[in-house]
Design a protein around this ligand. Structure first.
Ligand SMILES: Nc1nc2c(ncn2[C@@H]2O[C@H](COP(=O)(O)OP(=O)(O)OP(=O)(O)O)[C@@H](O)[C@H]2O)c(=O)[nH]1
Ligand SMILES: [Mg+2]
Length: 468
């Protein structure tokens, strides 16, 4: 083959690559990381997002989402996903729950699933406007059990480090009553002895029961390994049957310690790493949903642990600014939104306090992200409204209440919620009886229309610039 032909071919290849590059940068794909621990509202958020974009995208409903307010969103629909090996997010079932009579929340997620939305819009920006009249933004979303998210920080830990960290959490007075049986059994466990399967299995079962109790009674997110709670197809496999030990350091290779350490390392390599590599990279934007009211209800220890857990997990994502080519081939997250979710359960006048509290909790992390070029914002949202604000006049005093049906009641009630703090309280400042923010059923949809708080702000922040 002559040099001339090779050069010509190379040129053609380059040209087509450049064309594709331009095409991709104009018809864009955005992979949005919806991050949050179990119960933070990921599934409800994704369902609400699809519902509002596909059937409620009008300027009354989404006034702060520019593409909608400017009437440039032509239509939005679900399209076939790129990843063919993951189940599709069951939007039909999730939305049916919210629209049911009476409405219900969709169930907790038990496996990974995904969904891609195509947003067809008219551009009003220079280059795009001249290339074509309509453009499409593909928005890729992934839903997964929140427990699995909390496994990511294990990738940066040795078994010994994990044992120390985990036992420190389990021994915290706030959680000790749920962990007492396991901790006491652990005291009698000889980690240096040769492997005895029945003892190991017994203690692993006790540890699993402890994690389950913690999940049921607290809002603690450090429930590791996450597959012990939601095993998927790993139920009963030794790879998820490990627990933290008091004994540390090098142990004989036939010891129980060595056996547990090898299960821990195998879990990191065979379970977390593929999950992380296959699904948890190449994100462009990130939404971090925080159930801050749940943490407040649970007390100061859980609030402190939530802060720690958020830092550890958010750090596992790739953040920073990337150039056009890097964005196409190895994207990094360049916008992060921290959102205190479920804010409809506090009075309207108190929602700003929640934003300030979340900001105080995460300010160090926000600072680090901003330093690496990431645009960060904090806000309070409710992707699905569960109650309505209601003012009550009590002997001349105007009380800012909420109206809805609590999960523990069969009737609708008017409730005066506690005032959330706008900063992290010291032990002395913490109210004697703690906080009691109620959880409600979703508010009934009027004529099939769901209500939200600041979903439009959320969308504008996360993808507004891709729709200009
Ligand atoms: N008030 C209010 N409550 C919400 C909202 N979203 C979720 N919730 C509540 O939070 C619970 C958990 O919501 P999910 O969407 O299932 O949370 P998740 O993050 O998907 O949880 P996992 O699937 O377990 O990881 C729901 O059952 C509701 O009680 C919201 O927008 N507003
Ligand atoms: Mg879910």
């Amino acid at each position: 083959m002559s040099v001339k032909r090779v050069t010509h071919k190379a040129l053609e290849k380059l040209q087509s690559k450049a064309q594709k590059t331009l095409q991709r940068s104009l018809d864009q794909h955005v992979k949005l990381a919806v991050t949050g621990f179990s119960g933070s509202g990921k599934t409800a958020f994704i369902t609400a997002l699809v519902k509002h974009l596909t059937t409620q995208a009008n300027s009354q409903n989404l006034p702060f989402f520019d593409v909608v307010r400017e009437q440039r969103l032509i239509a939005c629909k679900q399209v076939p996903q790129k990843a063919l090996d993951i189940p599709t997010f069951d939007y039909a079932s999730a939305s049916a729950h919210l629209l049911d009579n009476p409405p219900r929340w969709p169930p907790s997620t038990e496996r990974i699933n995904t969904l891609t939305l195509a947003l067809k819009f008219r551009s009003h920006s220079g280059l795009r406007q001249h290339v074509a009249s309509d453009h499409t933004l593909y928005l890729e979303l992934i839903d997964y059990p929140g427990e699995w998210l909390m496994d990511l920080p294990l990738l940066n830990m040795t078994y010994e480090q994990w044992c120390k960290t985990q036992l420190a959490v389990l021994s915290t007075p706030a959680y000790r009553e749920h962990c007492a049986a396991f901790l006491s059994e652990l005291n009698h466990f000889d980690a240096t002895a040769p492997v005895d399967m029945s003892t190991l299995n017994k203690l692993a079962e006790l540890y699993q029961a402890t994690l389950m109790k913690l999940k049921k009674h607290t809002k603690l997110s450090q429930l590791q390994p996450g597959r012990m709670l939601i095993p998927g197809d790993l139920a009963g496999a030794p790879i998820i049957q490990f627990f933290p030990l008091l004994t540390h350091g090098q142990q004989h290779q036939d010891s129980q310690y060595a056996q547990l350490e090898s299960r821990f390392e195998a879990y990191k390599k065979q379970v977390i790493t593929p999950f992380y590599k296959d699904y948890f990279c190449a994100f462009d934007r990130q939404l971090v949903l925080v159930d801050i009211l749940g943490a407040l209800n649970d007390g100061p220890d859980t609030l402190a642990q939530t802060k720690l857990a958020l830092k550890e997990t958010v750090d596992m994502f790739e953040h920073g600014k990337s150039g056009l080519l890097q964005r196409l081939f190895k994207p990094k997250i360049d916008k992060v939104l921290f959102a205190a979710n479920k804010c409809d359960a506090v009075a309207l006048s108190e929602q700003d306090s929640l934003t300030r509290l979340l900001h105080t909790l995460l300010c160090e992390q926000e600072n680090e992200l901003k330093f690496s070029g990431v645009t960060v914002d904090t806000m309070t949202i409710s992707s699905v409204k569960s109650c309505q604000p209601k003012q009550v006049n009590e002997s001349g005093n105007l009380l800012h209440c909420v109206y809805g049906r609590p999960l523990t009641e069969s009737e609708y009630i008017t409730y005066l919620p506690p005032e959330p703090p706008d900063h992290v309280l010291s032990d002395a400042q913490w109210p004697e009886n703690g906080f009691n923010f109620l959880s409600f059923y979703p508010y009934p949809a009027y004529q099939g229309q769901l209500e939200h708080i600041r979903l439009d702000h959320t969308l504008q922040f996360l993808i507004g610039d891709k729709l200009t």
